[in-house]
Design a protein around this ligand. Structure first.
Ligand SMILES: Cc1cc2nc3c(=O)[nH]c(=O)nc-3n(C[C@H](O)[C@H](O)[C@H](O)COP(=O)(O)OP(=O)(O)OC[C@H]3O[C@@H](n4cnc5c(N)ncnc54)[C@H](O)[C@@H]3O)c2cc1C
Length: 269
């Protein structure tokens, strides 16, 4: 839709250019910004003019995804095993047109429970790199960056620069289960598991307002996995919206978590 209150548009070419003037808002892919009225926004500052590399290898086999990396570019990054990234990209309720514009950073900064780039990067032990207005940067686990549904840990003047994924997590076996009310509906429960050396690390999103990450012993029974996930997510609170009621999401989540745990334990046997 047209943003009828917008009077100015400029590209950001360096850190100084990222300083927002009153009424300005950062623009990444624009898929959310242009999807609803923004009466308080009078200027747009285009982050894509920074021309960050979409992804870069890190020492130790890790991967850095720029905030401006599109979902489509993230799919094509050099993952040791691309399946998880592809399935997370598919979990977003998007057409290919949206995937080619929507960015990883925009997905994280919106902080929606169904943010599949949040799910992917939290599950892979990702760390956000945030540029602070004093010219420095700070880092935080993705799972801590999202505070609540639509609320992230970005202070005034801060910009999400990238997400860094460590090499070991990228090479570990993973499994994903997803539930939605309809085949192509928005994710209502998304559980990703990763098999570390001594645990199965489960990351729950979509059914909770912020990512819930828990490490469980591989020896845990299905019933114990269900109980642990129910307790951890229950403590955070179950999310509900037109894409699924809280009790249904809870029932789906614990079942999916038990399946993911079993798949990763059986796969390692
Ligand atoms: C058809 C359709 C389906 C969608 N389905 C889903 C879905 O299933 N799940 C989901 O989570 N979302 C969904 N969305 C919402 C949204 O499109 C995505 O979350 C997308 O990834 C947002 O990225 P973007 O680059 O377009 O962000 P933009 O719209 O450009 O920006 C979003 C917000 O983040 C801020 N921002 C962006 N980048 C940065 C940065 N680097 N640092 C600081 N602030 C920044 C912007 O100022 C803005 O407030 C959907 C949208 C559409 C149109």
């Amino acid at each position: 839709m047209d943003l009828t209150h917008v009077e100015t548009y400029r590209g950001a070419h360096d850190r100084e250019g990222l300083r927002l003037r009153p009424g300005e808002r950062l623009l990444a892919g624009g898929t959310w910004l242009f999807s609803e009225p923004q009466p308080q926004v009078t200027g747009l500052v285009d982050l894509t003019a920074m021309h960050w590399e979409p992804w870069e290898p890190l020492p130790g086999g890790g991967l850095r995804l720029a905030a401006t990396c599109t979902v489509q570019q993230a799919r094509a990054a050099p993952w040791p095993s691309p399946t998880l990234a592809e399935r997370c990209a598919d979990a977003l309720l998007m057409s290919f047109k949206v995937q080619s514009a929507a960015t990883v950073g925009g997905n994280l900064c919106l902080g929606l429970p169904a943010g599949a780039m949040i799910a992917l990067t939290a599950a892979l032990d990702g760390e956000v790199v945030v540029w602070t207005p004093d010219g420095a940067e700070r880092r935080a686990p993705v799972a801590d960056f999202v505070l609540d549904a639509g609320v992230v840990d970005l202070r005034p003047g801060e910009v999400l620069r990238s997400v860094e994924l460590p090499g070991p997590a990228l090479r570990q076996a993973s499994a994903l289960r997803r539930a939605a009310l309809t085949t192509h509906g928005r994710s209502a429960a998304l559980v990703i598991g990763r098999r570390s050396a001594d645990a199965v690390v489960l990351t729950v999103t979509a059914s909770v307002p912020r990512p819930v990450v828990l490490a469980l012993p591989p020896t845990e029974t299905a019933a114990a996995v269900r109980d642990a996930v129910a307790a951890a997510c229950g403590a955070t609170g179950w999310f509900a919206d037109p894409h699924g009621a809280a009790d249904w999401r809870a029932a789906q989540t614990v079942g999916l978590a038990a399946e993911v745990h079993a798949e990763l334990v059986e796969g390692a046997a």
